[in-house]
Design a protein around this ligand. Sequence first.
Ligand code: MN
Length: 318
Amino acid sequence: MSNTENHNAPSRSDDCPARPEKPVTQRLPARVTVLGENMTIRRALPHQQRRMIGAWCFLDHAGPVDVGEGSGMRVGPHPHTGLQTFTWMVDGEIFHRDSLGYEQLIRPGQVNLMTAGRGISHSEESPAERSPTLQAAQLWIALPFEQRDIEPAFEHYPELPQHAQDGVICTLLVGEALGKKAPTHVYSPLVGIDLRAHSKAETQLPLQTDFEYGLLVLTGDIEVEGEPLAPGELLYLGQNRDALHIRFPAAAQVLLIGGEPFAEDILLWWNFIGRSQEDIVRYTQWWNREEHFGTVKGYDGARLPAPELPAGVRLTPR
Ligand code: MN
């Protein structure tokens, strides 16, 4: 997915309030924005009051939306650097193409993990033959400094480990928890768990005290440590919790993300992560000149143009 918001201020990881080293409950309302050509989504990260949770630095929730009519999702070729894009398919299908030549359909219960590293470009679209409802979460994971320029890669995970407890199905998307280990290849201490209850349920999850956590409801309503939570709000939970009590009054699906607080300052602008303004300018120039990021073959549409650079940042003459 691609960041196509109109305002083009860069998001700095260091302009956010310090991470509390204690449990908190901070409500972060997601904002509604348009993804690609036509899809309205809710963006929970980055947020003005919370740029990152561990290395998780971006969180979009698309749908559930009816894609039976019209063109469905269409996100034309666009570049990424310095991050991994992580797609968790809840309902429906998305077709991925990238500049390494990968073409991959992702279905419910599957994960696509694209490592941008030094640079990659990709497109995402609804396939012609598709389910009527689309719902997905896409997250970005910042790569640590040492790995920021690694070779790009793409991995598709058709199955993720599951653990059932108290009527809640826990799918381990990233990291280790609940006696399970996810196969997804990440570069910093992280966890991601999808929690799904098909009817009323109540459970307690063990947490790591050195991780910070956040919780996003995908569908339904829940109670977390007694606090009600509904779709459209990310609940930041802070650090130093060893357990989390979640109550499902009825069917609901929730995404829990966490990680060791990311120790580095990063600069996130458009679809790029860099360490300096110079990095961002260089990546933008490469994309505008159709250099460096390769070619996405087979997408029937235009590549996405980079937005204007923030005020005061100038592209140097060629
Ligand atoms: Mn993308």
